[in-house]
Design a protein around this ligand. Structure first.
Ligand code: T6T
Length: 325
């Protein structure tokens, strides 16, 4: 029966009318606007985007600011819109503040796909919210990632002790969701772990490191730090190592640049929740291409995680999840 159904479906595909846009322009130009240009996470995302561009025979360029800041990202975006690419992939640096700048792209007829971070509630094309217009959101499930970080931390700490989250700033969809997931998991499943106030570091690893010293001074029994993104995690690791506290303090990192991998090998970082940024870039470009060639697309695409720790850090299968620089 199922063979007959499959044959019927194949027949239907084979006899489907040729899409009206086949034979139309295909040498599309897409711009990828990262959260910032000098971040291994976005550099890796661009690697995936370039792989997709090559497969499709189209062009993707990478234009961004040097810091993760909506005030700096907006003029970059305006300049990109003025050049009129066929589509924009963007990691918006603030869920609310980037809605109006991105509306200008939409009004200029340029399809917008958000990658990594999102605007508004991240649920697009559902008829609700000011930022409903992007065609798709391609990202990690950051609430889940935060929960995974909490589980890794609780396991390493034996389920009890004081911890805090080192985070960038409120208003960023990804890092807000990681914090939400981390706290929900700790509150719901690990009642003997106390989560202290979050320390916001403005994406500055040095500030994140000095914040560890300050938290340690107030809480000599601090037992864990969750670095909720690459710079927070590098700072947390440096702060803990600088205070000679690696034996007593569990560090869980979000993101997996080479320096965090080195810190796992040396025992400063206990585990990293690696995102799959190359997948985000690859599927972001594929999604934009689908839209440009008249296909319908999923409004959200979720990419996965790989947990890296001392047990698997040297495995061959892990190497492809270490970010490029
Ligand atoms: O963690 C990533 C990204 O997912 C987040 O939105 C911002 O920070 C990073 O780029 C790492 O620095």
């Amino acid at each position: 029966k199922s063979a007959a159904l499959a044959a019927a479906l194949l027949g239907a595909v084979a006899s489907a009318p040729v899409h009206a846009q086949d034979g139309a322009k295909k040498d599309f130009k897409i711009t990828l606007v990262p959260g910032l240009t000098t971040d291994a996470f976005y550099i890796t995302m661009n690697r995936g985007a370039q792989a997709a561009a090559k497969a499709l025979g189209i062009t993707v360029d990478f234009q961004g600011a040097e810091e993760f800041d909506p005030v700096l990202q907006t003029p970059v975006l305006d300049a990109v819109i003025a050049r009129g690419p066929d589509a924009i992939l963007i990691a918006p640096t603030d869920a609310t503040q980037m809605i109006e700048p991105l509306r200008r792209a939409n009004e200029a007829g340029i399809p917008v796909v958000t990658v990594d971070t999102f605007i508004d509630d991240g649920k697009y094309q559902d008829g609700s919210g000011d930022g409903d217009f992007p065609v798709s959101s391609i990202s990690s499930d950051n609430v889940l990632g935060g929960r995974m970080a909490a589980r890794a931390m609780a396991e390493d700490m034996g389920g009890k002790g004081k911890v805090y989250i080192s985070n960038v700033r409120p208003g960023i969809s990804t890092t807000d969701q990681r914090e939400e997931g981390f706290k929900a998991e700790m509150t719901g499943k690990f009642p003997d772990i106390e989560v202290l106030d979050t320390q916001y570091n403005e994406n500055d690893a040095s500030l994140a490191a000095s914040q560890f010293q300050a938290v340690l001074a107030r809480n000599p029994d601090i037992a864990g730090v969750f670095g909720a993104n690459l710079f927070s995690a590098i700072g947390a690791g440096n702060g803990v190592a600088g205070a000679n506290k690696s034996e007593d303090v569990t560090v869980i990192a979000f993101d997996a640049p080479p320096s965090i991998v080195d810190n796992i090998k040396s025992g400063v970082v206990d585990a990293a929740i690696a995102q799959h940024p190359a997948e985000i870039g690859y599927y972001g470009v594929m999604t934009a291409y689908a839209v440009l060639t008249g296909q319908s697309v999923p409004t959200t695409i979720g990419t996965g995680f790989t947990v890296i720790d001392a047990d698997n850090v040297d495995d061959e299968a892990i190497a492809k999840f270490i970010y490029s620089e």
